[in-house]
Design a protein around this ligand. Structure first.
Ligand SMILES: [Zn+2]
Length: 304
């Protein structure tokens, strides 16, 4: 298919850690008439197979339907799957963000470039990218929306897609949050009550952030925008304006609620099914009041 330049869709890919507000951002952007939000495309395979993360919502699309009966996803899967079994249909590049390699890359991206690029050029990674790009194209053909939002988050997948984007325009929104907030929120979603955040938990969040920042050094300046979750949740309109000028998306009214509105997204926070007022979650602050050393460590990590 031949696409002329101004008809090329733009992929807005959200890079972030878990529990950093990516579902909020994805949901806000989905309110644009020009955009279609897919949620976390990397989770497409495991939602088709109905295994792995997503059990909480039965691996269904956010519309409530199983993927093979969802009016949005079923035809897209039908289009991109041929030639491979569901099991061969890879949509996620696996990488250990807490490995020693990640640590080195987080500190010295240029020095460690070869290793990372070798990873994203592996046969499996190339398969993932090919599938993800086919999904983007199929979505564009079906939805005819100028912007496609992918909140996959994973930095290594972001870089792999960027390298192979060819005629697609791909831009990144790097969403960050206070390291203490992320570490606390991750623990809360796993442990519920009696949350204990360790130094190691904080360090791991920092490792991921450093890795993501290193990935951004290989992305052209104008193709990435950094946003803080804390700003997005409190000054939504102001942050949204930055995104409008960065992406050239037509401005729309700032939503005050996070709600699903005829969406067909994959993954995201389990809380996304309830309509909720956009609010800054800083429940972690109370915990760190009584953990002074960890609090200071978190403050230090936020600055490095
Ligand atoms: Zn659906």
């Amino acid at each position: 298919m031949y696409l002329i330049m101004n008809e090329t869709p733009m992929i807005l890919y959200i890079i972030s850690d878990k529990r950093s507000g990516s579902t909020l951002l994805e949901n806000i952007l989905s309110k644009s008439d020009e955009a279609v939000s897919l949620g976390e495309v990397a989770m497409l395979k495991n939602h088709i197979l109905r295994e792995g993360p997503g059990e909480k919502w039965g691996w269904s699309c956010s519309c409530g339907e199983a993927l093979n009966s969802c009016g949005f996803w079923a035809p897209i899967i039908k289009e991109v799957l041929p030639g491979q079994t569901e099991n061969e249909f890879e949509t996620k590049i696996n990488w250990s963000y807490t490995s020693f390699q990640s640590f080195i890359f987080g500190l010295f991206p240029r020095l460690f470039k070869k290793k990372i690029f070798k990873k994203i050029q592996s046969e499996r990674s190339e398969k993932v990218v090919k599938n993800v790009l086919s999904v983007y194209h199929a979505v564009y053909d079906k939805a005819k929306k100028k912007f496609i939002i992918d909140s996959t988050k994973l930095p290594i997948q972001a870089l792999a897609i960027y390298q192979k984007r060819s005629n697609l325009r791909v831009k990144f929104i790097f969403l960050t949050r206070d390291i203490r907030g992320i570490a606390y929120s991750k623990k809360k979603s796993k442990e519920g009550k009696n949350i204990k955040v360790s130094f190691k938990d904080l360090y791991k969040v920092w490792l991921y952030k450093r890795f993501a920042r290193s990935v951004l050094t290989f992305i052209k300046k104008g193709d990435a925008l950094s946003i803080r979750y804390e700003d997005l949740a409190t000054h939504t309109e102001k942050e949204l304006k930055k995104i409008f000028s960065f992406s050239e998306m037509k401005p729309f009214d700032t939503p005050t609620y996070m709600e699903l509105n005829n969406d067909h997204t994959l993954g995201g926070t389990p809380k996304r099914f309830e309509k909720r007022k956009i609010n800054l979650d800083e429940t972690w602050k109370k915990y760190f009041l009584h953990e002074r050393a960890k609090n200071l460590f978190g403050v230090f990590l936020n600055k490095t």
